[in-house]
Design a protein around this ligand. Structure first.
Ligand code: NAD
Length: 360
């Protein structure tokens, strides 16, 4: 019997991956989607509950760096494309210990590339089938006050996470140049939205606010990131995978630069509106009163901004979500997930005004 043709998506139980897998399973009922994820601390199948019984969805728990697992997937399915999102993704963890970042982001990408190359070469489809590497604008390093990263900006990663992602991109393009593989790379700015892990900035702000604990902001709070709603990135990935040109990179951005402090204030103002009772019981005027500066991240990149004119003009993509609307959807999602328990846990705690390092 012929093996099932399938698209392999890695890291599909994580933040962007789960949003992407759900979108693809819905949009392409004729595709079989195989989701390979190791389920590290960052991944959870709970993210995928709504699709777990779909006939075109297949979950495999496994490590992208494990050759045996990846080879088995290529022999069990006729993999007709790879979209590679699996990664260790948290900069702070990479600063504490870089080894796992090398194993997953560099070795894992290499194992996937080699296995795909071997299988597709044997089938005579090496130039047809696509390997899409999902990457980050952090590979380009840090910007001053002006300018933006374009696809031609030289890589200048400055922390172990971005170094491992830059290295992975080099491996991907080397497989395109050396063997003629049909590779494409996308480099996206900071995503926000539902299902992001608690350790990242926006979920941290929300969870600390709901717990009435200090909301930590690194350094002077003026580091700038270009924020994009996750579903806008997901649509870009779909377009790049299907329509992007071989060996090219596409930058994806929100055209939406914000300082970390602006992000914290915006989220807090949204919570003020959505959680007035918690605010009142705590005796606070605004959740912003909980914002506290903490020691800066080591080697903290100052500013990232993405020039996304190429994907706009070549593929007709543009982000569709207004920042205020995206933040509202995000905050509402986390409130639905954690809101009730957070309110119950903390309803007896009262914070006196002035107790905190308030900033405004
Ligand atoms: P995440 O940490 O939320 O999810 C990563 C997923 O990969 C998890 O489900 C985890 O279990 C899985 N994983 C980790 N190691 C694995 C391994 N060895 N084998 C198989 N699975 C493994 O990350 P995210 O924020 O969703 O990012 C996804 C991808 O997008 C990453 O490649 C990241 O570099 C890239 N990216 C993220 C952002 C962002 O703002 N979050 C921006 C641009 C690019």
């Amino acid at each position: 019997t012929a093996k099932k043709g399938a698209l392999l998506i890695t890291g599909g139980a994580g933040f962007i991956g789960s949003n992407f897998v759900m979108y693809m399973v819905d949009k392409y009922p004729d595709y079989h989607i195989v989701n390979l994820d190791k389920l590290t601390y960052a991944g959870s199948t709970a993210n995928l509950q709504t699709i777990e019984n779909r006939p075109n969805y297949h979950f495999i728990k496994g490590d992208v760096a494990d050759e045996e697992t990846v080879t088995r997937i290529f022999s069990d399915y006729d993999i007709n494309g790879v979209i590679h999102l699996a990664a260790e993704s948290h900069v702070d963890r990479s600063i504490a210990d870089a080894k796992q970042f090398v194993e997953t982001n560099l070795l894992g990408t290499t194992v996937l590339l080699q296995t795909a190359k071997k299988d597709w070469e044997e089938k005579g489809v090496l130039q047809k089938r696509r390997f899409h590497q999902v990457s980050t604008d952090e590979i380009y390093g840090s910007l001053g006050e002006n300018g933006k990263f374009s696809e031609d900006t030289p890589y200048a990663p400055r922390n172990p996470y971005s170094a491992s992602k830059a290295g992975a991109n080099f491996l991907v393009s080397s497989f395109g140049h050396t063997y003629g593989m049909n590779v494409v790379i996308s480099s996206c700015s900071n995503n926000y939205g539902p299902r992001q892990h608690r350790e990242k900035l926006i979920p941290t702000i929300i969870s600390k606010a709901l717990a009435l604990e200090p909301i930590p902001i690194y350094g002077d709070g003026k580091n700038i990131r270009d924020w994009i709603y996750v579903m806008d990135h997901v649509q870009a990935l779909d377009m790049i995978f299907h329509k992007g040109k071989r060996l090219e990179t596409y930058n994806v951005g929100g055209n939406n630069e914000r300082t970390n402090m602006e992000i914290a204030k915006t989220v807090c103002m949204m919570l003020d509106e959505l959680q007035p009772a918690l605010l009142r019981n705590a005796g606070l005027d605004s959740f912003q009163d909980l914002i506290t500066y903490t020691a800066d991240r080591l080697g903290h990149d100052r500013r990232y901004a993405v020039d996304d004119s190429k994907i706009r003009s070549k593929l007709g993509w543009h982000p569709q979500t207004q920042f205020q609307q995206g933040i509202r959807q995000t905050v509402e999602w986390y409130l639905a997930q954690w809101g009730q328990s957070a309110v119950t846990e903390t309803k007896t705690t009262s914070v006196k005004k002035g107790d905190r390092n308030a900033l405004n």
